[in-house]
Design a protein around this ligand. Structure first.
Ligand code: BG6
Length: 453
């Protein structure tokens, strides 16, 4: 059976930076179905040959281009022309049972046009599992716009045919959260408010907005990162044990977390990096935040009173995404060793760029002393790969082909996440300006009157 993967936006950044390298890697690993055809769809009048040479200029990774070109062809079309979709349908018509996957790596304004075109030419029939459509964020800019995009999609497709990408879910260590939680007795038993003091979800970046000023200025850190990646991480950390370890079992439990998440407006700080207003396509009077600190609580018996802190921003001290679980002081410790300095246990799941886990515990200092020494037990996940480690997009594309949707976000997850973010936005105040991480840290800590950064 042929698998057609049509990538709309084939001359865009996402295709060059992520999709083509991921597809080439899947091909090299023998993971693509035997008769896969990749149709690279865009408006530019390329031939397959000229497209491939343009792609070679753009793609940084080493790819086996001759091999990739055996399964790839370029398909020029005007996204607004119904006739073009009929041509596309004719191109895919040789096998009625073929799997047809449509990846929309395009600006969100084009979602309705392309979704309508695909449905209009019966390229995907509503309810037919052999047709799937994939979207990248942003999925709306607030709850109302997301609902309207979704209504449009549900006109044409069933929810089971819609794959909404959150690339964080494709990351190795994000998938590791549930394994660590549910396959290790130690953590399973301690994963609650009795043992855990605080959860911190971090995604810091050193870069500014680069060439995405136009997009970013309309959204800001809260909508760009918290609404999607950070809330997804929190949902995996906080969810209850799923009844079944499958797509809907997991996603149902994640939605439960999101719908019990209550943010604390008194513990929110937003800031904007110095120089942001001079970035290309940014409004010189913009009040868009490029940093946000947000505290929330998950109102379930498991998490009663445990703060979930979210920290994300651009132009910060380092590129680092991680989940930090701070445990409470051991109840017997102060009775047994009232005078000794000990640290509290801390579990850190490093998501990127390093991948791994570290766990801080107290041990006795070696030698003739009773003092304690904090020690980190480290597991380096990426050290275990020889050669390339799977990139998020390899896993995402593979799951799309296999029809596994646990690593894609279901509509109710998106909807609940927007409710939270819209509420935070309603309380937003003008961001303060930071020119380095230390200023940001000091002002944030002073505003919150505690050390959080
Ligand atoms: C994207 C955001 O979703 O994630 C970007 O739109 C951000 O602004 C990026 O830079 C971060 O992803 P990663 O994988 O580099 O942490």
């Amino acid at each position: 059976m042929t698998t057609y993967l049509a990538v709309f936006g084939a001359t865009g950044n996402l295709t060059y930076k992520k999709l083509l390298p991921a597809l080439a890697q899947l091909q090299a690993l023998g993971q693509l179905p035997e008769s896969t055809r990749i149709l690279c769809v865009a408006r530019s009048p390329h031939t397959t040959e000229s497209y491939l040479s343009a792609a070679r200029e753009q793609v940084k990774e080493r790819i086996d281009w001759p091999r990739l070109s055996t399964i790839l062809e370029y398909f020029p079309m005007d996204f607004a022309s119904p006739e073009a979709y009929r041509r596309l349908a004719a191109r895919m018509a040789d096998e009625p049972q073929a799997l047809r996957l449509f990846y929309l790596a395009v600006a969100p304004e084009l979602f309705p046009v392309i979704a309508g075109g695909i449905s209009g030419a019966s390229l995907v029939k509503k309810g037919d599992p052999t047709g799937r459509i994939v979207f990248e964020k942003p999925f709306g800019v607030d709850l109302a716009s997301a609902q309207s995009i979704n209504r449009m999609l549900w006109n044409y497709f069933d929810e089971s045919q819609i794959y909404r990408v959150d690339h964080y879910l494709g990351k190795e260590m994000i998938q590791n959260i549930l394994v660590m939680r549910f396959a290790n007795r130690l953590f399973e038993d301690a994963w609650n408010h009795t043992a855990i003091e605080k959860v911190t979800i971090v995604a810091k970046e050193t870069e500014g907005v680069l060439n995405r000023g136009g997009y970013y200025d309309a959204v800001g850190a809260l909508k760009d990162m918290v609404q999607s990646h950070l809330l997804q991480m929190a949902a995996l950390v906080a969810m209850e044990v799923p009844a079944t370890f499958d797509d809907d079992g997991i996603r149902a439990k994640k939605v439960e977390v999101l719908s019990h998440l209550r943010f604390d407006p008194h513990h929110t700080v937003t800031a904007q990096y110095d120089g942001y207003l001079r970035e290309k396509n940014v409004d010189p009077a913009s009040t868009t935040e490029t940093f946000v600190f947000l505290r929330a609580f998950v109102d379930t018996p498991r998490w009663r009173g445990v703060p979930f802190d979210f920290i994300t921003g651009k132009k910060l001290d380092r590129k680092r995404s991680e989940i930090i679980i701070d445990f409470k002081d051991n109840s017997e410790r102060s009775r047994l060793w009232p005078d000794l300095d000990v640290v509290k246990n801390r579990l850190v799941v490093s998501v990127s760029p390093d991948e791994g886990v570290s766990f801080r515990l107290n041990v006795k200092t070696p030698g003739l002393t009773d003092a304690f020494l904090p020690q980190e037990m480290e597991y380096c996940h990426d050290c275990r790969y020889v050669g390339n480690r799977p990139e998020a997009y390899e896993r995402i594309l593979l799951d799309l082909i296999r029809g596994q949707s646990a690593l894609f976000t279901r509509w109710d997850e998106i909807e609940t996440a927007w409710r939270i973010v819209d509420e935070v936005k309603d309380h937003a105040v003008r961001p303060f300006v930071y020119n380095d991480f230390d200023t940001l840290k000091n002002i944030t800590n002073a505003r919150l009157q505690e050390e959080v950064l």
